[in-house]
Design a protein. Structure first.
Lengths: 131, 421
């Protein structure tokens, strides 16, 4: 079963303002994420892991009537959270996906305190069952 | 020899033979796409059989024979289909019935390989298609290998390759060398495709998957091949030099967690001296007589860095002089940024910042994170901490490279922390 783990980071407030962190805290956080991905790769569970570019560069696109893309800044500058990155993992049961999500959620922040980032876990739809 | 070593040896042999065999087959066929498919099938057959059965005495002849057989089968079934459809008997296949026995060696015609390279890097193709087709047709890689190197699904890469071949077909590119008048611009395309392959490998080398094809290594291999085909061309020598001199630093470029280590902080004992020596020799050759080209000057800059025993001992005046020359060869704004850095190293940060102010008006650079990164760096050197912080953070917001974002954030964090000490 495949699950998508979406990391929703609260937007630039308090402890989530990464650019205000001390160098050692930043390093601990980056190393934590790299180790997690290595661990998932080593266990054969990692399908994909991507970090997304900053939300300031995000655009919302709608098709206009003539098919020309209508592009606006977005998604929602006032939103409290944004999608910072995601993992797709292949696991045998949902509980394992929750375990991985909990681990990612505990990534260290300022002073090494776990950030407890909210991670949305969604099963990825599969093809038709074999008959 | 272990099984995997045998496979590795066979893999390399196949990749060397691939363009020679395809060149010979494509010359016999008027359908490049079909010829390419047939050779790919022959390569796959060889990859599965040779490690177990041993390499045939005449491996090139074997591949040529099998590829022609496949092509004949394709033509036969096509003729049969047409017969069924409109009952017109065609003897087209008879032309193909003659397939030489496997001990006939078609020989390695160097012009064929060169023709292939020009064809795969044809301006009718988009860069991504040209890259994919070059790696398959000239590099002898399988679609699966190319797909995994670029981290895209195999079906996506297969489609990209087949669309590339379709473009060649519809634009009626003949299987022949470009005319003398066209040659220079077409060669520039070939060099650009190889350089793009190299950079793709160089910037995504952090992946933990050891089974991924090493794209930088493949670009260097093709660069060496091109050098054998065109030994007198100085830009060919220069591109190979640039790739070797850049690749020489690969082992020092990332830390244990995949983090970026900038040039001035790299452990130079990890640089590959053999590659540097080879690259430096080629640069010297590329710089003799006549005005130097784009790759030659870039390679010369890389050589100056590689020859410096330490970052402090870098010969910045020489690098600045090289960028001054390059400015007249190319108006690439990224090079203008490097020029500003070199000016700052020689004449102080104010000189570099002044050059950057001129670049603000360049629309190609407007809002580009690299401009922020360089400005942050020069402001830091000028002692303007607040300005440097703001630009590092803006650059971190703007980059789409994760290691680079982490690097810029770390720079900003260190700078912010140094305030308190």
């Amino acid at each position: 079963m495949r699950y998508m783990l979406m990391m929703h980071a609260p937007r630039g407030t308090g402890e989530f303002q990464v650019s205000d962190w001390a160098p050692q805290d930043l390093k601990a956080h980056i190393d934590f994420m790299a180790r997690l991905n290595r661990e998932l790769t080593g266990k054969g569970e990692l399908v994909a892991a991507e970090g997304l570019a900053s939300p300031g560069q995000a655009r919302v696109v709608r098709a206009a009537k003539d098919g020309v893309p209508a592009v606006t800044d977005g998604p929602f500058p006032e939103a409290k959270e944004f999608l910072a990155g995601f993992w797709i993992v292949e696991v045998d049961r949902a509980e394992r996906a929750y375990e991985i999500a909990a681990k990612a959620s505990s990534a260290p922040g300022p002073g090494g305190t776990p950030l407890i980032i909210p991670i949305e876990v969604r099963q990825v739809m599969s093809g038709p069952p074999e008959v | 020899m272990t099984a995997s070593a045998a496979e590795g040896g066979v893999g390399l042999l196949l990749r060397e033979l691939a363009p020679q065999v395809l060149g010979a087959v494509a010359r016999r066929s008027d359908d490049f796409a079909a010829a390419e498919d047939a050779v790919q099938e022959a390569l796959i057959a060889a990859a599965s059989r040779w490690p177990a059965e041993g390499v045939p005495r005449n491996p090139r002849g074997w591949l040529y024979h099998v590829a022609l057989r496949r092509l004949t089968d394709q033509v036969r079934s096509e003729v049969a289909r047409r017969r069924r459809e409109d009952a017109i008997a065609s003897e087209v296949w008879a032309e193909w019935a003659f397939v030489p026995p496997p001990d006939v060696d078609p020989g390695a015609d160097q012009d064929d390989t060169l023709t292939l390279l020009f064809m795969c890097c044809h301006p009718a193709l988009t860069p991504s298609s040209a890259i994919a087709l070059t790696l398959r047709a000239v590099g002898g890689l399988t679609t699966a290998e190319i797909a995994s190197a670029f981290l895209v699904p195999e079906a996506t890469m297969a489609q990209r390759i087949s669309r590339a071949k379709q473009s060649i077909k519809t634009s009626d590119v003949p299987f022949s060398l470009p005319s003398a008048g066209e040659r220079e611009s077409r060669l520039a395309q070939v060099l650009q495709v190889l350089y793009l392959v190299f950079n793709e490998g160089y910037t995504t080398s952090a992946g933990p998957d050891l089974h991924r094809v090493d794209l930088s290594g493949e670009a260097i291999r093709l660069g060496r091949l091109l050098r054998v085909l065109l030994p007198a061309d100085r830009e060919v020598a220069a591109l190979l030099a640039l790739m070797l001199l850049t690749d020489a630093r690969r082992g020092a470029r990332t830390g244990p967690m995949g983090e970026l280590i900038p040039l001035d902080e790299q452990d130079r004992s990890l640089w590959n001296r053999g590659l540097i020596a080879e690259g430096t020799g080629l640069v010297t050759e590329a710089l003799t007589e006549g005005p130097a080209g784009w790759y030659a000057i870039q390679a010369a800059v890389a050589a100056v860095h590689d020859e410096a025993p330490s970052a402090e001992q870098t010969d910045w005046p020489q690098i600045l002089a090289l960028y001054d020359v390059l400015k007249d060869v190319s108006d690439n704004p990224m090079l203008a940024l490097n020029h500003a850095v070199a000016a700052a190293m020689v004449h102080g940060p104010a000189a570099g910042l002044e050059l950057l102010d001129g670049l603000d008006r360049d629309r190609r650079l407007a809002g580009h994170y690299r401009l922020d990164a360089v400005r942050g760096h020069l402001l830091e050197r000028a002692g303007n901490r607040a300005g440097a912080l703001a630009h590092y953070r803006a650059a971190a917001e703007g980059t789409a490279s994760l290691p680079e974002r982490n690097y810029l954030l770390t720079k900003a964090a260190r700078l912010a922390a140094s305030k308190d000490t």
